[in-house]
Design a protein around this ligand. Structure first.
Ligand code: SAM
Ligand code: DTB
Ligand code: SF4
Length: 333
């Protein structure tokens, strides 16, 4: 970890007994537990790891939007899909407008500022230099900084660490078995290699996935098995429900039952006691009560602000009301 970084996890979190050897069968059994039993187990773990039930608010900004070479079936930003809005790069070289957004996010109560680039991989040059300046700027505001921008080299990871990057987001998205149904332009192994580069540079790892892409229960268990076998566990684990965007190959996917998301969150919490489990895309489709069940099941972070990357998210005021109704307190930036 670079000296300028803050750890993803707080000192108050106890080092709960963690395992990295969960089998897919054990995980599938957790996912299938009677809901009340699953929630009880998850709550016991969550309460020990996060006794104050604090929730992290992470704001998200798309710096480079669309025109991506990868063919991820869920993603509206792929150039392979008619949903693609084309390579909008208006912010990619403009550090100050991005920092303006970060300041506004902080003022609204965000604790982490996440920035996304619709790239297959980071390339050296002016946009990467701007990314480094954005990271330095976000950190100097006292916010955690997270970047998601595809694959990277060891040297680029090192430069991001030196700029003070808190966390790099790189999702595994689904199980190794289901992967080629979703993405054909890269492999699971490449994804894992990037994650190792992030780790080697001392940057926290943000890695999770999406449910609702036609995967089976055993695919969900298998994704969680890969995540839980990473040592240490990813410091943050985003659990997304597919936002089925028109023009993507998954546009016709039926919405998941909210309780499936509750089960996924609860199981992630049991497997990775000290990780931040982020209730991510798909919250707009959830009732207030379903979101509160996810918080009860162990989610301790949400995306905060009215847009994700290209799709919408609940309004900030609605989220403040949600947290107040649940009686949980956000981390202060
Ligand atoms: N290009 C980089 C990459 O793929 O790692 C960063 C940006 S990418 C949009 C970040 C993550 O957003 C994806 O890994 C995926 O998990 C999530 N995502 C993208 N589109 C989504 C959708 N329609 N529904 C839910 N999650 C989505
Ligand atoms: C993550 O797991 N989910 C966020 C963030 N990491 C980068 C992105 C969700 C994107 C949802 C679709 C969109 O807005 O384009
Ligand atoms: Fe590109 Fe990332 Fe979207 Fe895949 S998920 S198409 S890599 S922006």
């Amino acid at each position: 970890m670079s000296p300028t970084q803050t750890p993803d996890q707080t000192a108050s979190k106890p080092a709960a007994a963690t395992r990295h050897d969960w089998s897919t069968a054990e995980i599938e059994a957790l996912l299938e537990l009677p809901l009340m039993e699953l929630l009880w187990q998850a709550q016991a773990v969550h309460r020990e790891a996060n006794p104050g039930y604090r929730v992290q608010l992470a704001s998200l900004l798309s710096v480079k939007t669309g025109g991506c070479e990868e063919d991820c079936a869920y993603c509206p930003q792929s150039m392979h899909h008619s949903s693609d809005v084309g390579g909008r790069e208006d912010l990619a070289l403009q550090v100050e407008p991005v920092l303006e957004r970060a300041r506004a996010a902080k003022e609204a109560g965000a604790h982490r500022f996440c920035m996304g680039w619709a790239w297959r991989e980071i390339r050296d040059g002016a946009p990467f230099d701007a990314m480094l300046a954005m990271v330095r700027g976000v950190r100097s505001l006292g916010l955690e900084a997270c970047v998601t921008a595809g694959m990277l080299s060891d040297g680029q990871a090192q430069q991001l660490a030196e700029a003070g990057l808190t966390s790099y987001n790189h999702n595994l998205d689904t199980s190794p078995e289901h992967y080629d149904q979703i993405i054909t332009t890269r492999t699971y192994a490449e994804r894992l290699e990037t994650l190792q580069r992030v780790r080697r540079a001392g940057i926290s790892m943000c890695c999770g996935g999406i449910i609702g892409m036609g995967e089976s229960l055993s695919d969900r268990a298998s994704l969680l098995q890969v995540l839980a076998s990473l040592e240490p566990h990813p410091e943050s684990v985003p659990i997304n429900a597919l936002v089925a965007v028109e023009g993507t190959p998954l546009e016709e996917q039926p919405p998941i039952d909210a309780l499936e998301l509750v089960r996924m969150v609860a199981t992630a919490r049991i497997l990775m006691p000290s990780s931040r489990v982020r209730l991510s895309a798909g919250r707009e489709q959830l009732s207030r009560e379903a979101q509160i069940l996810c918080l009860l099941a162990g989610a301790d972070s949400i995306f905060y602000g009215d847009t994700l990357l290209t799709t919408s998210n609940p309004a900030a005021a609605a989220d403040r009301e949600l947290l107040a109704a649940a009686g949980v307190t956000p981390w202060q930036g």
